[in-house]
Design a binder for this molecule. Structure first.
Ligand code: GLC
Length: 562
């Protein structure tokens, strides 16, 4: 099929340098359950997304990343895939997907989809066959089945813990064997040493490439290969923030050298297709030099920069992360990426309003510290002017363009994240960042769907942030994003080079393509850079001064073509 429409090809060619489109793309994460609901069941769906393509195109992004919409029992919100080639009826049909893709391409937007290769659902045909087969059978060989320890195999094969809490092993009822699941018990890990597993996922890649997708976000890209012999590991296996004080995931389940050969194979497949198809790694790997191995020549094109997401609100720390990221990626010829929020982390408008804005809470509930909403939003608005001014590619998470906060008081009975349930509520989990978007302030589901239902409750504050409250309103966060995205494109900041400038304490200042960027991370005013103001995150009321927790882009020469 290879049906890459000419409009998307044109969008790709828009980058003035003629470089690959993904090198400087702004990619917007759509979390389908929570974006827009077309049928009123309270869960977002593909037709809901299609109906909002004009909104996405107007925002000024280059591409959309869709979190999983495949057939799934939804034990981990779709990251538990039962059929990699089917759309779950919750989200629509394959025809709905094709229509979404066609319309996105027609609007000049690329589309990348999520690929979940580390594990399947336990309701995948392969696992069903494995569970019904005897130990040592070929059906079991595609997963990580092992005999239990102890006299009757009543102890798990090793001491690994699930990222979501509890043991990483579950026993097959009436059987001496256990199967590995780094995540929920309904997410059995595949055995990536098995050639059939490799061949099947390659076929899945081709299935979506043939339909015309522009690339893949690769889930748990650092987890596919486990250390030989599955040695014991005392620590809690973790993704966000790492399982060690140094923020590193050292365990025998992470970042094994063998993963790279898999990605080199995938890259060869992508390169057989026209139109610059790409992959981005979700790899919670440190330091940046280890992360860079995922984006070496012949591997993936991008990796999420979680060091940036996790950085504290501090000029020196941010500058260090930016320098390290640019250097590490440049060394392998890959673009740096910048990301502040996603469906696994507390929304940054809330994170930045905590007493310790570098903290990494795994969810917030009513019993926890409540973020300062005003300060958090103020910092989030400054932060996006930093993010969008950096060379490379930027990822936005749906709703951040509205300044949406985390739902920090959601009652336990609403929570669905398996991490919440597997830890007995000790880990609050990720539901607070996954709340359905507010589109219209005055309707029961805030415009999310035709009815009143939303799969997670929306906090009262969401009405204030609704799209219709911000659309066309000068100074709104939505208009700030639109303006910054427009200027980023005009001044080609994604393709530029960063040059650091002298700055006052706790201020970051750099030049990129003739634009001077200043971010004041402290509470007190700082000097406003000279030149004409292009955009600022706060009103600039005092001449020559940049307020605290605010950012500005200025330019000395407004180039006429711009
Ligand atoms: C990734 C996803 C997360 C999911 C996990 C297991 O980290 O982003 O949402 O729970 O992988 O698939």
């Amino acid at each position: 099929m290879n049906n890459l429409p000419t409009q998307a090809a044109a969008a790709g060619a828009r980058g003035a340098t003629g470089a690959e489109w993904w090198r400087n793309a702004v990619i917007y994460q759509v979390y389908p359950r929570s974006f827009a609901d077309s049928d009123g069941d309270g869960i977002g769906d593909l037709p809901g997304i299609t109906a909002r393509i004009p909104y996405l195109a107007r925002l000024g992004i280059d591409a959309v990343w869709l979190s999983p919409f495949y057939r799934s029992p939804q034990a981990d919100a779709g990251y538990d895939v039962a059929d990699y080639r089917a759309v779950d009826p919750l989200f629509g049909t394959l025809e709905d997907f094709d229509r979404l893709l066609r319309q996105a391409h027609a609007a000049g937007l690329r589309v990348i989809v999520d690929l979940v290769p580390n594990h399947t659902s336990d309701e995948h045909a392969w696992f069903q066959a494995a569970a019904g087969s005897r130990p040592g059978s070929p059906e079991r060989a595609r997963y990580v089945f092992r005999d239990g320890r102890g006299k009757d195999g009543e102890q798990p094969p090793n001491n690994w813990k699930s990222v979501f809490g509890g043991s990483a092993w579950s026993r097959v009822p009436g059987d001496r064997q256990w199967y590995l699941h780094l995540f929920d018990r309904k997410q059995p890990d595949l055995d990536w040493e098995h050639p059939e597993v490799r061949a099947e996922l390659e076929a899945v890649l081709r299935f979506w490439l043939d339909r015309g997708v522009d690339g893949f976000r690769v889930d748990v890209a650092h987890g596919l290969i486990k250390a030989p012999g599955l040695p014991d590991w005392e620590r809690q296996a973790a993704m966000v923030g790492g399982d060690e004080a140094d923020g590193v995931n050292h365990g025998p389940m992470w970042d094994q050298d063998g993963v790279h050969e898999i990605y080199r194979g995938w890259r060869r497949i992508l390169d057989q297709y026209p139109g610059q198809r790409m992959m981005v790694a979700e790899a919670w790997v440190r330091p940046q030099s280890r992360l860079a191995r995922y984006v070496r020549a012949g591997e993936m094109q991008q990796a999420f920069n979680f060091d940036y997401l996790l950085a504290p609100w501090d000029a020196a720390a941010l500058r260090r992360v930016i320098e390290n990221s640019l250097a590490a990626m440049e060394a392998v010829g890959a673009p740096a990426t910048w990301v502040m929020s996603n469906h696994d982390t507390v929304r940054h408008a809330s994170r930045l309003g905590l007493r310790r804005p570098g903290a990494r809470p795994m969810g917030i509930d009513a019993a926890g510290e409540q973020p300062d909403e005003v300060l958090g939003l103020r910092r989030a608005r400054a932060a996006v002017l930093l993010t969008l001014a950096l060379p490379g590619s930027a990822y936005l998470y749906q709703g951040e363009e509205l300044g949406l906060p985390e739902h920090t008081t959601m009652a336990a009975h609403h929570r669905q994240d398996p991490a919440f349930h597997r830890t007995g509520g000790e880990e609050i989990g990720r539901d607070g960042s996954r709340v359905p978007l507010p589109w219209q302030a005055s309707t029961p589901s805030l415009g999310f769907g035709p009815g009143a239902r939303t799969w997670l409750p929306q906090p009262d504050s969401f009405a204030r942030y609704a799209v219709d409250q911000q659309d066309g309103v000068p100074g709104s966060t939505l208009e700030l994003y639109r303006e910054a995205l427009r200027l980023r494109r005009t001044y080609e900041l994604g393709q530029g080079r960063l040059r650091w400038q002298e700055a006052e304490p706790n201020v970051v200042v750099f030049d990129n393509e003739g634009v001077r960027v200043a971010v004041n991370l402290g509470p007190r005013e700082a000097a406003l850079p000279a030149g004409e103001v292009l955009v600022s995150s706060q009103p600039l009321d005092t001449p020559g001064r940049l307020p605290g927790n605010a950012a500005v882009w200025t330019v000395l020469d407004r180039v006429s073509k711009k």
